[in-house]
Design a protein around this ligand. Structure first.
Ligand code: FES
Ligand SMILES: [Fe+2]
Length: 387
């Protein structure tokens, strides 16, 4: 068996007696609502890719916090996002999940019409209304920014810049040149589990030998190194075993490595959870992105996409199934245990259980969640955690 080159050190960052969270963090509607408001409405959430809105008027919809948001390309090139709400009598403007507006956005009810920057440009029968000004009724805007091809939304009124949330990640992941990558496959999963169980599952590989024997053959579950939780993200890397080129069925790679990667990074897979909803997995030859869309305390829609270099996607024989099917199997194994966890945590018999010393990232994530809710969980032992 390959020896891991670096074992995660945890004893100095997690207090003795650290346990998982009480059940209410996973089952209560009040906790869910608070997390949605403070994290999903308060932080930047990853909504998709600029590739989905390359042409003016091209759009896609995203549902978040019960809101429908239109993401579209402006006539002059930027990415705009609007609440899907007409300024006349509130009607939902658009029901297609994706498509292209023919130069403007028109309400199906009384034909109020907005340009691609959200300005009201047509409002039938309003001319005779005293003091009515079209300029006073633009679409309600949702803040949007992009990072290397990823489109982010922020529902708060005056958000911090996206750069403040991402910290050093844009520089760290610049060599992957993510903006250039193109969608190869998308699979949408409907997971009957709390969104935090999916984040926690993503950030530990202790379950890998047991649950993912195929993955463990390609990448030793104790290899690599984690970063301490950083407040807006957490993650680490794992190393490919000798002779393994990427994560695929047999570890071979039918694609070229991504240009720009160092020889060292071409031997690694990086796994970063960027709070609250993006799981970014960077492989030597492709990028996998999960975005999490919580619907209820025990239900999360999980959109998984695989992106590849355009030199590969434009090949007539391009076939990403070696990577997609490998991860689809691994994903389903993960969602299965997340659903089992949700079921067990919902039992009246559940009590918080002890973390191992290798589950320090999960403990740190829990502490962040507890602070978000404003109170320590009953019986929790605090202190000793590296920030
Ligand atoms: S509600 Fe949209 S035009 Fe009347
Ligand atoms: Fe897993």
């Amino acid at each position: 068996m390959q020896e891991p080159d670096l074992v995660i050190k945890t004893r100095d960052v997690m207090p003795d007696g650290a346990t998982t969270l009480p059940a209410e963090y996973y089952v209560s509607q009040a906790h869910f609502d608070r997390e949605m408001e403070r994290l999903f409405a308060g932080m930047w959430i990853c909504a998709g890719r600029t590739e989905q809105v390359t042409q003016p008027g091209q759009f896609f919809l995203r549902e978040v916090l019960g809101e429908s948001v239109i993401v579209t390309r402006a006539a002059r090139g930027g990415v705009n996002a609007f609440y899907n709400v007409c300024r006349h009598r509130g009607t939902r403007l658009c029901t297609e999940q994706a498509g292209t507006f023919a130069g403007s956005i028109q309400c199906p009810y009384h034909s109020w019409t907005y340009d691609l920057d959200g300005r009201l440009v047509g409002a039938p029968h309003m001319d005779e209304v005293p003091h009515f000004r079209k300029e006073a009724h633009p679409l309600h805007r949702v803040h949007t920014e992009t990072w290397d091809g990823h489109v982010f939304l922020n529902l708060s009124r005056t958000p911090e810049p996206l750069a403040a949330q991402l910290g050093p990640l844009p520089e760290k992941f610049q060599p992957w040149r993510m903006e250039e990558l193109r969608l190869g496959r998308r699979i949408v999963y409907d997971v009957r589990a709390n969104w935090k169980l999916i984040v926690q599952n993503y950030n530990e590989c202790l379950h890998c030998p047991n649950l993912h024997p195929a993955l463990n053959k390609l990448s030793h579950y104790l290899s690599g190194e984690n970063e301490p939780l950083q407040g807006t993200y957490m993650g680490g890397r794992m190393d490919l075993r000798p002779g393994i080129s990427t994560l695929s069925w047999d570890g071979s790679c039918p694609r070229a490595m991504l240009p720009g990667l160092s020889p060292l990074d071409a031997r690694r897979v990086y796994y970063y959870a960027i709070f609250p909803n993006m799981l970014l997995s960077l492989h030597p030859d492709y990028m996998m992105v999960h975005t999490l869309w919580p619907l209820a305390p025990d239900r999360t829609v999980n959109i998984c996409e695989w992106h590849f270099h355009p030199d590969e996607t434009t090949r007539p024989d391009f076939d990403p199934s070696d990577a997609v099917e490998f991860w689809d199997l691994t994903n389903r194994q993960d969602w299965h245990v997340c659903e089992l966890s949700q079921a067990g945590i919902s039992s009246r018999a559940y009590t918080p259980g002890p973390y191992s010393n290798r589950e320090d990232l999960l403990y740190a994530f829990d502490r962040m969640i507890v602070e978000l809710h404003g109170a320590p969980p009953p019986g929790a032992r605090l202190g000793g955690l590296r920030a």
